[in-house]
Design a protein. Sequence first.
Lengths: 186, 142
Amino acid sequence: MEEPEAEIMIEVAAGNLSAFRSIVELHHKPLISFIARFTGDRDSAEDVAQEVFLRVFKAAKDYKPQAKFKTWLFTIATNLCLNEIRDNKGSPKFVDVSDLHEQEYPIIASEAFSPQKAAENAELSTAVRKAIRNLPKSQRIAILLRQYNDFSYNELSKAMGISIPAVESLIQRARQSLKKPLSPYL
Amino acid sequence: MNCDYCKEKLSAYIDKELSREERLPMEEHLKICPSCAREAETLNQIGLFMGRIPEETPSPAFVQTTVNKAVVILRRSLWSNLFLNPVVSFARNAMAFVFAPDEYGAVGGQNLSSHGYLRTFDDSPPGSFTDVYLTVIQGGGN
């Protein structure tokens, strides 16, 4: 069955701005989150995401419904993120606990509020973010798209232009690399 | 199944990317091997930790500003479709007129770059706009 974006993209290619808006509304949140996690720069994530959507708008005529829209979108995003990191001389920014504001990084805790628990959660979140940002770029792309955007290995292979066994190996190595920095919490 | 192979395939197992033929021996091995079972538990735990990081909250204006920028792109593209092509074809025709060989006095068969590109107007009256322009672009002046 054809995915809903295929029809919407035909409208976008014809210059229909309402169709474009619905594409942005549907995908902006996971896209911005992916970019922020990948680059480690929350401030520029929206700028990069905006650029991704505008490229989608300009290239709408080239979109082929055979390719899954999500895969196409995140392939563009991945390329832009790599450029962003290259432009910033490859140094991802790290989040320090002191930089964290509760409003910006809400702590997920459905249990009864406890200051100690909240502090532990914040510390763990910081450690996870930092560990992710220390991963080599290709491992980072693979694990982020798998974990947060539910990419299958097949979709990852298309988005990253590598074989499925190579994807499997990247994800396995990414998880292994995350083990050490997160060992105090395991 | 040996432990090395099991550990190598653990991520694919956790991500439900193994075929039934691959998965069943893994499940059997994990039941009897505490070391591999512990490793599987660790990798699962890492996934849970990652899951605790919430999605970013985009600024409320994000969608509208993105659509506004698309409007600008759309307008530019409409304007260029309306005007750019006729302008380009006009310019092309004008250039063809300027560089037309022989008939308008240009040096046919010679390299235009060595002659300045308004060669056709070489015999413009002294002091005319074309004469002054040619003097400037050819770096001339007597």
